[in-house]
Design a protein. Structure first.
Length: 193
């Protein structure tokens, strides 16, 4: 069963836009999501234990149902990254009914956006860019998905912005995303607890 309110701590504005769109698609468009972008992974890792307190009074003086800290693993073992985050709050109590959850994307969030060429193409063409025909069967296998995604957008006359990332996330076929990004189903399950 999905929560009705989430607090998410993410690395940056593009991450915030993408995770907001995907969580809404996995749950409901009406869900309340409070986003805290941290201006990078280093800030996120330092600040998230105290930032979690921000969500305690988000819902009219009450806590959100679930808090999720989301970070790019950048090629490290995602499960080890999640465990390191879990250890950082060990012994701290937060009042979220569904607790604090941690999720590390295999490499970078941009790999998820690379999974569906049709979604990218529609969003890029809507901004006057050129259509896209190539899909990436294993975007998480790319060494630097963020760089690949930025280059792809440049090659198709589009600019990397949080709003473009949000639009792609709103259009992406979640079944395709699940097939091409092996860790995405774990995110879907975590959100839909």
């Amino acid at each position: 069963m999905s929560a009705s309110s989430y607090g998410i701590i993410v690395e940056g504005d593009s991450d915030s836009a993408v995770y907001d769109a995907i969580i809404r698609r996995l749950t409901s468009l009406d869900v309340h999501i409070k986003q805290l972008p941290c201006e990078g992974k280093t800030n996120l890792m330092k600040k998230f234990p105290s930032l979690l307190r921000t969500f305690e009074y988000e819902m009219g003086g009450n806590p959100v149902d679930m808090a999720i800290v989301i970070v790019d693993a950048d090629g490290r073992n995602p499960l080890e990254v999640e465990e390191r985050m879990r250890i950082k709050i060990q012994g701290k109590n937060y009042p979220f009914p569904l607790d604090v959850r941690f999720y590390a994307v295999e490499k970078a969030m941009d790999a998820w956006l690379l999974a569906d060429a049709a979604a990218i193409s529609a969003a890029v063409q809507g901004r006057g860019g050129r259509p896209l025909t190539k899909s990436y069967d294993d975007p998480e296998g790319l060494l630097d998905p963020k760089e690949w995604f930025r280059k792809l957008l440049t090659d198709h006359k589009a600019t990397y912005t949080a709003e473009l990332c949000r639009e792609i996330a709103q259009r992406i076929n979640l079944d395709v995303l699940s097939q091409r990004c092996r860790r995405f189903p774990a995110f879907a399950e975590l959100v839909d607890c």
